[in-house]
Write a protein that binds this ligand. Structure first.
Ligand code: ZN
Length: 115
C-alpha cells in the first residue's frame, strides 16, 4: 500500500501544466487513478525477480504513467527556463517526478522535494 498521500502533479509547488485544460483534466483524473496502482506494483517489483509476472505488470503500469504524465505536459519552474518533468523509479521501487534541469529537481508522489 502507498505510505504517502498522493498529490496531483498540478498541486506540486514549482510545477505548472501546459496544454488544453479540458484534455488536461481528463489526463489528471486518469493519472490519479493509475498512479497508486503503478506505484504499488513498482515497489513490489523491486523485491521481485526481473522477469516475474509482477515485474512485467509493473513495467506496463509504469509505461501508462509515463505516457499520462507526458500528456499532462508538466514543467518545472524552479529554475529558468522551465523544463519538462518525467516519472522515474528509484532503486527501492519508489516512483518519483524528476525535471530535466541540469541539476534536476525531484519530488516524491506526495509532492515533497527530494534532496
Ligand atoms: Zn527543475
Amino acid at each position: 500500500m502507498m505510505q504517502i498521500p498522493l498529490k496531483s502533479i498540478d498541486e506540486i509547488q514549482g510545477v505548472t501544466l501546459e496544454g488544453i485544460q479540458s484534455e488536461r483534466d481528463i489526463v489528471l483524473r486518469l493519472l490519479k487513478a493509475t498512479l497508486p496502482v503503478a506505484s504499488e506494483l513498482a515497489i513490489k517489483a523491486a523485491e521481485s525477480s526481473t522477469f516475474s509476472p509482477l515485474a512485467i505488470a509493473a513495467n506496463a503500469a509504469l509505461n501508462s504513467v509515463i505516457t499520462l504524465v507526458a500528456a499532462a505536459t508538466p514543467k518545472c519552474n524552479l529554475a529558468a527556463p522551465a523544463e519538462d518533468i518525467d516519472v522515474r523509479v528509484d532503486s527501492s521501487g519508489n516512483m518519483i517526478f524528476r525535471c530535466r534541469h541540469n541539476t534536476p529537481h525531484e519530488w516524491d508522489l506526495g509532492g515533497r522535494r527530494r534532496p
